[in-house]
Design a protein around this ligand. Structure first.
Ligand code: B12
Ligand code: SF4
Length: 475
């Protein structure tokens, strides 16, 4: 049996360490035909990778590139240099086997990463079918031309030629993350990631998700999802299960069906999810989510200004966000809100519209992250708009030096001032750059949680400490 080593090059541990779900799913697809091993770089950070390669002697090596940068304009962490230094270069120096790239970051910037790394192959988007097909072609020395979304060192095709429609149903397997990597370090701060579908058929102008996962929803059955959660829960015990879908409650009825299956089986787990679409929120959804075990959600309306929502092409309107906020309050479901300021048409007035919404509708116990500027990604409508408005030039690279979109009517400086002022007077509102609280605050939160045996999400404990520090003049 030939050997495949899959390397997770992500060492980011904020806001918390995320296990390499995609690599585990690929390992599940390959393991019948290959001896597969995953090297997880999150905690080891590349220190023992060379040793692992020498021991395992792989025939193929796949590197997963998840994050390119942190999307925080005033901090700008560029991860790629570290990925080259810690992972790719040391391996290329000791072994000459086909090197394959993939992952969500890679899927956004394939040409740049192929050139920079000198990799032999890359697969854009999901790879459950393409990766086994590629390995087979390499082994049998047959033509790779028909492999879905493949790039090669010789032919880093123009991205617009790629197909994001994914016509065939996805071959969803159980990731069994805890069996494939050392899951111990994740038990303290981590989560068990679950994907219930792929793709997003909405068209928010800045968003890369439809480019990475495809432009239509492809869902798993609720039974399959519940099976996966049930089995992982039996193996691991107390861990939070987190849904990593683009939006959890899309398409309509999907989230409700998953909750019903979990309730029906009496699975007692702690759940949380990113992306709740205000468009599909109902009393029934919230009731089911509470009963199924949701302990936290992320609400990402981006704006509460009717004009900006329309210009971002969010596909929902202010009354739907107000309804969602009402349900969040009614069910007291801990929520992290995310607002993205500076989009097309944003000005001081629209900024105030969103602030008014926060003041009137958001539970003050919930966290609100305020981001200034929208990261411009290739192949998005925002990219075209930014070129047209002269914000960026077509020949300009936005890979290593990311470009951010700011509305013509509100400069970055002015927007920063508005955000600073808004966050100074609201203890639960935080500028995006401060996503990691000061270490002393985290320490205090941990002590408080332990002594008072708190089970609320940590952000709620942090909000209370922030409020106190503010009143004591420590913040
Ligand atoms: C869920 C998510 C989060 C969650 C993670 C929760 C969790 N439990 O995992 C949270 C909110 C915490 C988060 C945080 C961050 N995220 Co995030 N996140 C995502 C999201 C939506 C899905 C990731 C995921 O799990 N996908 C499901 C798995 C199954 O897919 P996958 O890993 O991509 O794997 C498939 C393919 O990519 C491929 N593949 C993967 N590896 C390999 C390797 C080889 C060799 C091959 C051939 C193929 C291959 O095959 C796999 C199976 O089909 C993506 C966007 C997206 N739609 O991809 C952004 C995304 C990855 N995040 C992004 C960023 C920037 C971040 C943060 C840095 C933001 C911040 N400043 O906090 C942090 C970093 C956190 C960390 N510790 O790394 C960016 C990265 C792009 C960039 N600019 O760098 C993305 C792409 C979103 C975007 N802006 O476009 N994130
Ligand atoms: S709904 Fe979310 S995932 Fe879908 S396009 Fe809009 S921002 Fe992206």
């Amino acid at each position: 049996m030939k050997r495949v080593l899959l390397v997770n090059t992500n060492i980011e541990k904020a806001p918390y360490p995320v296990p390499p779900l995609g690599l585990c799913l690929l390992a599940a697809c390959l393991e019948n035909r290959y001896e597969v091993r995953i090297y997880d770089g999150v905690f080891d950070e590349g220190r023992n990778l060379v040793e692992e390669v020498l021991r395992f002697q792989p025939d193929f090596i796949g590197f997963s590139i998840r994050n390119i940068d942190d999307v925080v304009i005033d901090r700008h962490l560029f991860y790629v240099e570290g990925i080259l230094e810690r992972f790719i270069r040391p391996v290329q120096a000791i072994i000459h086997v086909p090197v394959i790239l993939g992952g969500s970051g890679f899927s956004i910037f394939p040409e740049e990463l192929m050139q920079l790394t000198g990799a032999d192959y890359g697969i854009i988007g999901e790879a459950e079918q393409s990766l086994p097909a590629l390995l087979h072609c390499i082994e049998t020395n047959t033509d790779t031309e028909y492999i879905h979304n493949l790039v090669t060192a010789q032919q880093t095709k123009i991205r617009s030629h790629f197909d994001f429609s994914y016509p065939t149903p996805t071959d969803f397997r159980f990731s069994e993350i805890d069996r494939r990597i050392d899951f111990q370090p994740y038990l303290a701060r981590g989560v068990y990631s679950i994907q219930t579908k792929r793709g997003c058929s909405h068209g928010c102008i800045y968003c890369t998700y439809p480019l990475i996962e495809g432009k239509r929803f492809r869902v798993r059955s609720p039974e399959d999802i519940a099976d996966e959660i049930e089995q992982a829960h039996q193996r691991i015990g107390n861990i939070t299960f987190e849904f990593v879908d683009s939006t959890f409650n899309d398409p309509k009825g999907h989230a409700e069906a998953i909750c019903r299956e979990i309730i029906h089986r009496k699975i007692k787990v702690r759940l949380r999810t990113m992306g709740i679409n205000p468009g599909h929120c109902s009393e029934e959804l919230f009731e089911l989510m509470m009963e199924a075990g949701f302990a936290q959600i992320d609400a990402t309306p981006d704006s509460a200004s009717p004009l900006v929502l329309k210009n971002l092409d969010k596909g929902f309107k202010l009354p739907e966000i107000e309804k969602m906020a009402g349900l969040i309050k009614k069910y007291n479901l801990p929520t992290m809100w995310f607002f993205l300021f500076g989009g097309p048409g944003e000005d001081a007035w629209t900024f105030q519209e969103t602030l008014d919404f926060i003041d009137s509708y958001v539970n003050p116990d919930d966290m609100v992250y305020m981001t200034a500027g929208l990261r411009i990604y290739p192949n998005t409508p925002l990219y075209d708009l930014a070129c047209w408005e002269g914000n960026i030039r077509k020949e300009q690279s936005i890979f290593q030096k990311p470009a951010y979109y700011f509305s013509k009517a509100l400069s970055k400086t002015h927007l920063d001032q508005l955000i600073r002022k808004a966050t100074e007077t609201r203890h639960n509102c935080i500028p995006a750059i401060e996503t990691a609280p000061p270490p002393e605050m985290i320490k205090e939160a941990m002590i408080l949680r332990e002594t008072e045996m708190l089970t609320e999400p940590t952000f709620r404990t942090l909000i209370r400490i922030r409020k106190r520090w503010r009143s004591e003049g420590r913040l």
